[in-house]
Write a protein that binds this ligand. Sequence first.
Ligand code: DBV
Length: 245
Amino acid sequence: MTLYEPFLEGARELLTRRLELAPYPIAEGFERKEAVVRGEAVVTTSTAWHSPKLRQIRAAHVQGGSALQVLNFVISPRLEYDLPFFGADLVTLPGGHLIALDMQPLFRDDPAYRAKYTEPILPLFEAHRAHLEWGGDFPEEARPFFSPAFLWTRPKETSLVETRVFAAFVDYLNAYLDFVERAEPVVHPEGLAAVEQAQLRYLHYRAEKDPARGMFRRFYGPQWTEEYIHGFLFDLERRREAFHR
Ligand code: DBV
């Protein structure tokens, strides 16, 4: 078992139990990609589903030995819902572990939005934060996209990832699925337009600033990497026509 396999399997199990899941199309060449880097195979696998309220639930899983493990897991709601994004960036590199876990708000500075989607999870955040030291600086420009419940930590012990981080991941995902269960479609045209603009802003930022770009380019080349980023990881810009009713 590699470090993040239980996270992906745990998510699969929860999502299967709580949602009506269907497979989300993955273009040829993205389901599995392999390169040999300094004698070691680095394999990237993609998994994706959708559900009646969630446009894309997707995972990118990079496995390249004990010093290179990444699970990036993002849920993008359908454009009819004002739900936040679910975002987990679980990264293990030679320098150590880096963990980002959040429900990223569409309208961070709107008090009503905050009351609806952030305040209810603050108790969870506080409970987990007590065991996971703040990870320190992160890019200033990313700040607007994170919620006040952003768990950001660089655990020194792998056992902390397997226990506390895993528990936080499951709790955040369950809390997210509670929001999904209760979500009602937005009906006002201005509301729908605001949701779409906020989703595009976020996904555009993620695609432009993807911290994995350098790594993927080194392993698999620039052409595959750009296609993977824009055609799979953050694909709304390219596919938005398909998601308009
Ligand atoms: N990050 C991704 C995707 C990845 C991925 C799609 C498939 O968005 C991996 C892989 N993240 C990844 C890797 C690193 C990070 C770092 C490989 C290490 C980069 C390196 O050190 O070379 C949160 N991820 C980071 C960092 C942050 C995040 C803050 C460290 C700072 C940095 O180097 O940029 N997750 C990241 C982020 C958002 C998020 C910025 C949202 C706005 O959800």
